[in-house]
Write a protein that binds this ligand. Structure first.
Ligand code: GLY
Ligand code: MN
Ligand code: MN
Length: 463
């Protein structure tokens, strides 16, 4: 937990942006796996963490945006709980620790909200993504859980996106810790990438690394020789010489801050000529994004510039043809690069995605582009100092997509399908780094994980 002044300042900044009504923040509850007492790892809600910092289940908080009053709601543990869990901090101590002066038992929240509703005061709440909290909030507000999110507060969402988008120095320090764990996860996977090794063994070792440091994974590990499947969580393969392994994994610190990296590794440490050519295009694309990302440029512009680097590279090896600018305008590169360049990162690996991607990644000036591929770009708006973002271009050969485009003659003037068919068993390559936008440009977060052909080849099999 940060010093309490950090949370007091964040809430005070929020009060400057939302000035009417009451803000209601639900923390998360314990979630059972297979019976009530056998629960998943507890993950606090990120906006609750951001403003109230308390990493305990079963809490809620309100901010009265008019009087400034803040109250934490929750229950103190009973003697039965203490026997199993040991002494737990009291609710009022939890509140004091983050600078909240008032605390009441959970049951009082109902009365508090009823009184506010009776006075006709607006209750601002965020979209809910967990069933239990939807039911709880639905009950509290008298709204059917299925319709609850229609009533979420856009004003509160926009205010929180504004605050959480700009990371302060304490947050960067935490993210750097997540990056250090991510570095070890990726270098370890590279060292293990020898033929005969199982994907599952590498994925399991990668997953264990952040736990050694009191962290955990920031999302389920993606590790596969079938890298053409973008989010491939199956680890059933055995590594074979000549194939590539994509490892897309990251860590989350005990305080909830994430890292998110991808590296693509040649099994046994030698890229084939064909792999090297495609790898170099992706690396050039990744380096281009790092070179041009700075305040003032939109990430949509960076994405499209990167798409041109990819299209030019693919044209140079004979997979694409025609005018590169026209190809990118038509979206032809998306046969090989069918996703966005990156997203915000912070307390969530896809930061604030629960609040609505359109509010996080776009604004009134920069709107999403509704074209296959670019439509998946999660962050498009103008970059600002303090943004933490990912830079993750890739090139994939997805047989089903190649067949579809071939048969439907999609962008056929820009694609050499005969050549593309020679890559049907290639898989995919993605290279992902985490960037902090600075006053003048950007910098990589964490030490750079081996990325060049030479660096990666040397790391595979290293003791
Ligand atoms: N970890 C999924 C992604 O890179 O966005
Ligand atoms: Mn990733
Ligand atoms: Mn990512």
């Amino acid at each position: 937990m940060f010093q309490k002044e950090v949370y007091i300042r964040r809430r005070s900044d929020l009060k400057k942006l939302v000035t009417k009504g009451i803000g209601l923040f639900l923390g998360n509850l314990e979630t059972p796996m297979n019976y009530p007492d056998n629960t998943y790892h507890f993950r606090q809600d990120s906006s609750f963490l951001y403003f109230f910092g308390i990493n305990h289940p079963g809490l809620a908080a309100v901010i009265d945006f008019e009087s400034g009053e803040e109250i934490l709601f929750g229950n103190d543990v009973e003697i039965e709980d203490i026997i199993w869990m040991g002494i737990q901090p009291l609710l009022k101590d939890k509140a004091t620790r983050v600078g909240v002066e008032k605390s009441f038992p959970s049951e009082k929240l109902n009365d508090y909200l009823k009184a506010a509703i009776k006075l006709g005061r607006p209750i601002h709440f965020l979209p809910q993504y967990r069933g239990d909290n939807k039911i709880l909030l639905g009950d509290l507000l008298g709204i059917h859980p299925g319709q609850l999110n229609q009533y979420r507060s856009l004003e509160l969402i926009k205010a929180i996106v504004k605050l959480r988008s700009i990371k302060d120095a304490f947050e960067i320090e935490e993210i750097e810790k997540a990056c250090a764990m991510g570095y070890e996860m990726h270098v370890t996977a590279m060292k293990m990438a020898l033929s005969g090794q199982t994907e599952q063994m590498i994925a399991g070792v990668v997953e264990s690394i952040p736990y050694k440091y009191g962290g955990r994974i920031s999302f389920p590990v993606i590790l596969s020789q079938d890298g053409q499947t973008l989010h491939n969580h199956y680890h059933t393969g055995i590594l074979q010489k000549g194939r590539l392994v994509i490892n897309d994994s990251g860590a989350e610190t005990a305080m909830g801050y994430a890292s998110d990296f991808t590296r693509t590794i040649p099994v046994d440490g030698t890229f084939t000529q064909k792999q090297k050519e495609i790898y170099q295009i992706v690396l050039n694309a990744n380096n281009t994004a790092t070179q041009i990302s700075k305040p003032g440029i939109t990430y949509q512009q960076v994405h499209l510039q990167v798409a041109k680097v990819i299209a030019q590279g693919l044209k140079d090896v004979g997979l694409m043809k025609g005018d590169v600018d026209a190809a990118v305008k038509a979206g032809a590169h998306a046969l090989f690069f069918p996703h966005g360049l990156g997203h915000m990162m912070g307390l969530d690996v896809h930061d604030m995605e629960d609040l609505g991607q359109i509010y996080v990644g776009y604004d009134e000036i920069t709107r999403p582009i509704d074209q296959f591929g670019t439509a998946y770009l999660r962050l498009g708006r103008k970059l600002e100092p303090g943004f933490v973002i990912t830079n993750e271009p890739g090139i994939y050969f997805i047989p089903a997509l190649i067949d579809k485009w071939l048969h439907e003659k999609i962008n056929h003037e820009f694609i050499n399908f005969e050549k593309a068919n020679q890559y049907r068993d290639f898989g995919g390559i993605r290279i992902e780094d985490d960037l902090l936008i600075t006053e003048t440009g950007c910098r990589l977060l964490g030490n750079r994980i081996p990325a060049t052909v030479d660096e990666v080849e040397k790391t595979v099999g290293m003791q």
